[in-house]
Write a protein that binds this ligand. Structure first.
Ligand code: ADP
Length: 722
């Protein structure tokens, strides 16, 4: 479908691209003309150096290369040292722009042997840094960049300083050190803005947008990207514009505005120079992901496969990396987790070969999630541990704080004139702080549950140790028990790995938010915005956490039922009041149609957990105005409980995955995240009660989940309640 769309829009964007390239083409033509009529070698090389700049910016590498070679020839023959050094710098750029660091080292080495202690030397050192960075040595590149930055500083070259700051940003980001990356980027922005019309400004704004996206702040990301888009159109910078449009496409995919995302990506694709395969395969990867989001897996597969082929043929490791991730995501979407894991492994190997911290991190995250979904908890744990060792060294709390400070600086740069409604609205802010504290309490509750669980586990382990000793005395059969202990320890480890990994995100956002609040640098509107998204992510987490705890319990001791007789209406009402807030937020109608006299004999907490999971799924997959009904009937010694919704429904091809072991999950209508654990647990719990659970669904019409509870439960009843 996308390809069809692509064909129909190519013509439109072709005109646009011709228009954008116009001023540079005109400039290049003019320079070519002047070169032909130049009357001295020195004038000719001077003009050729200018032409090389224009060609580099246009991405016309073939002509760029031949112009440089002719500059070097003429300047060497006429012993024009300055032009020769200028040509060598351009020759280095020629290879670096095309990701060929080894070839770049030849002109760089020649340049360093010819340059004095002058502005040329620092440019070659800067290039040497870039060659190291592209060669997978970001640490080494930082040393070169620092040296050349010091030289540029003492020579007062502010444009060069801005460029080196940008390079320092790239190196730190490659190492996964986002806070230092932010710092250099901000510094680069301040320097580049000193020079009017600098092409670095839109480039840096684009990268700020990209960084914000990586930090999960899509709104800030979009506003910086739009600023970059505006400037790069104004200054006619197609290569920066291509990157910016790609990022805008990615960001709008996240906001859910898919047609707009597609427009941006298509325009970006139309602007790429035919020879720039690296840019193209990156855009293609994003088009593939978009198709996956639009549930067009076959189109996505075609795109990824073609991009992979090109990346391999043209030796573009980044392309191999991204499109392997794409293939992994595709297979995960299709429920083929083993195949997905193979692709993620390929991506991980490629990122390790590139020695790129942020790419390694991303691949490990994917691998972790797929292992977890596949129930391979030991391997999931391995991935989490690699992640931790990768990030711990970089993300100390100092770093988090300095990042928050730079984010704040950027924020205040954007809002200088509104200085400062804060005091006037202090009262309002205090109300928000109250909310914050409530959220904090939420986190505390989760942490206390974790703590309590640790003690329970610890207690359990202790009891079992004692049991083990007794057994040993009696029949020396310790090995079985030891294995059991190992298994429990293993479960404890898995649980903590998963829980700490999933809690890390909201906790660190919370920390950043508190920091900004303490510094009073947050406007009430922003506080509102952050609090909302934080609340959503905490809610998602709380559900996951509850399911994880329940899962851990089943793993530890099998499911122990504590069956009592209780009123189903009371259970349903309790859940109704717990879920009311969520349902109201989405404007849903919620009805409980259970007769007051329906009583069941079952584990009260477990039945509530099951109904709560089913109801919150219904909320998740309903849209404004939809209806959710909890109802029941009793027949033939069975109680039937149904949760019906008029939401989005389930596609026929996805039905088989619903109760599967693959932990199938999809985002809700408001992009709510899940874990895919809920329904598997529900089934285990209901079957343990001797009941059954199933669903009926019409895609686009709604879904009904029904479970049964027999009057006689497998476990004996204890004292009746309520
Ligand atoms: P989670 O909700 O955490 O993803 P579940 O196991 O509860 O995990 O649900 C698995 C998947 O089943 C959901 O992600 C969704 O795709 C589908 N699903 C469950 N309930 C509904 C529903 N009421 N309407 C539509 N899809 C549903």
């Amino acid at each position: 479908m996308l390809y069809r769309f692509l064909l129909s829009t190519t013509a439109v964007f072709f005109c646009l691209s011709a228009e954008i390239g116009y001023s540079q083409n005109g400039e290049a033509d003019l320079l070519r003309e002047r070169i032909r009529s130049a009357d001295s070698d020195s004038q000719r090389v001077e003009l050729k150096l200018q032409l090389a700049d224009v060609l580099e910016e246009m991405g016309s590498y073939d002509e760029f290369g031949s112009v440089i070679r002719s500059i070097l020839r003429i300047s060497a023959a006429s012993a024009n040292r300055q032009a020769y050094l200028g040509g060598l710098i351009k020759y280095g750029d020629y290879y670096l722009d095309r990701m060929m660091p080894d070839s770049a080292l030849v002109p760089i080495g020649e340049g360093l042997s010819q340059a004095g202690e002058d502005s040329y030397r620092l440019q070659f050192i800067n290039q040497k840094g870039t060659a190291s960075r592209l060669g997978g040595n970001p640490g080494e590149s930082i040393r070169y960049y620092d040296r050349s930055y010091g030289m540029a500083d003492s020579l007062g070259m502010s444009r060069m300083k801005a460029r080196i700051s940008h390079n320092l940003f790239l190196a730190h980001r490659q190492m996964g050190d986002y806070s230092s990356a932010f710092e250099h980027l901000y510094r680069g922005l301040v320097q580049s803005e000193k020079e009017k019309g600098s092409s670095l400004t839109p480039l840096i704004l684009k990268d700020i947008g990209e960084l914000y996206y990586q930090l999960g702040n899509v709104e800030e990301s979009i506003s910086h990207l739009e600023e970059s888009e505006r400037i790069s159109r104004e200054l006619s910078l197609p290569s920066i514009l291509t990157g910016t449009l790609t990022n805008l496409g990615i960001a709008h995919r996240e906001t859910g505005d898919h047609p707009l995302a597609e427009d941006y990506l298509e325009e970006a694709r139309s602007l790429v120079e035919p020879g720039n395969h690296a840019a193209r395969v990156k855009i293609d990867y994003n088009l593939g992901v978009l198709n996956l989001t639009l549930e067009e897996p076959e189109t996505a597969r075609l795109i990824f496969q073609e991009a992979l082929e090109v990346s391999r043929e043209k030796d573009i490791p980044e392309g191999v990396y991204y499109n392997s991730l794409g293939m992994g995501d595709l297979n995960r979407y299709l429920g083929k987790l083993d195949e997905a894991l193979n692709w993620y492994q390929l991506a991980l190997d490629t990122s390790r070969m590139m020695n790129s911290g942020n790419l390694i991190e991303q691949a490990l995250e994917k691998q972790y999630a797929a292992y977890r979904d596949n129930g391979q908890m030991r391997q999931a744990l391995g991935a989490v541990e690699s992640l931790r060792s990768l990030t711990d060294s970089l993300r100390t709390s100092d770093h988090e704080q300095s990042r928050a400070q730079y984010e704040t600086l950027l924020e205040s740069r954007r809002q200088t004139q509104e200085n400062r409604i804060l005091t006037a609205q202090r009262a309002e802010q205090e109300a928000k702080i109250q909310l914050q504290q409530t959220l904090g309490t939420g986190i505390l509750i989760i942490l206390s549950i974790l703590l309590a669980l640790t003690f329970t586990l610890y207690g359990n382990v202790r009891t079992r140790e004692k049991l083990n000793r007794d057994l040993k005395e009696r029949n020396k059969d310790i090995s079985a028990k030891n294995r059991e202990l190992d298994r429990m320890n293993d479960i404890k480890n898995k649980l903590f790995a998963v829980v700490s990994h999933d809690l890390r995100g909201p906790l660190s956002s919370m920390k950043g938010l508190l920091h900004l609040m303490r510094e009073q640098k947050l406007s009430p509107e922003n506080l509102d915005k952050f609090a909302d998204s934080l609340e959503q992510s905490l809610q998602d987490n709380a559900t996951t956490m509850e399911n994880l705890l329940a899962w851990a319990k089943t793993q530890m001791s099998g499911i122990k039922l504590n069956c009592v007789e209780f009123s189903l209406l009371q259970a349903a009402d309790e859940i109704h009041s717990q879920i009311r807030f969520q349902a109201e937020q989405k404007n849903l109608v919620f009805a409980v149609a259970v007769e007051p006299d329906v009583r069941v004999l079952a584990d009260y907490e477990i039945v509530k957990l099951v109904i709560r999971n089913l109801v919150s799924n219904a909320v998740k997959f309903c849209e404004k105005g939809d209806r959710i009904t909890v109802s029941s009937k009793q027949e033939d010694g069975l109680t039937f409980v149904s949760i019906r919704d008029t939401g989005v429904g389930i596609r026929p091809e996805d039905r088989a995955k619903i109760f599967g072991e693959g932990h199938y999950t999809k985002k809700g209508t408001k992009q709510e995240k899940g874990s895919g654990l809920g329904l598997v647990l529900c089934r285990q719990f209901i079957e343990r009660h001797g009941g059954m659970i199933w669903f009926e669904s019409e895609y686009g019409e709604g879904t009904t989940f029904t479970f049964t509870l027999p009057d006689q439960t497998p476990e004996k009843s204890t004292k009746p309640t309520t």
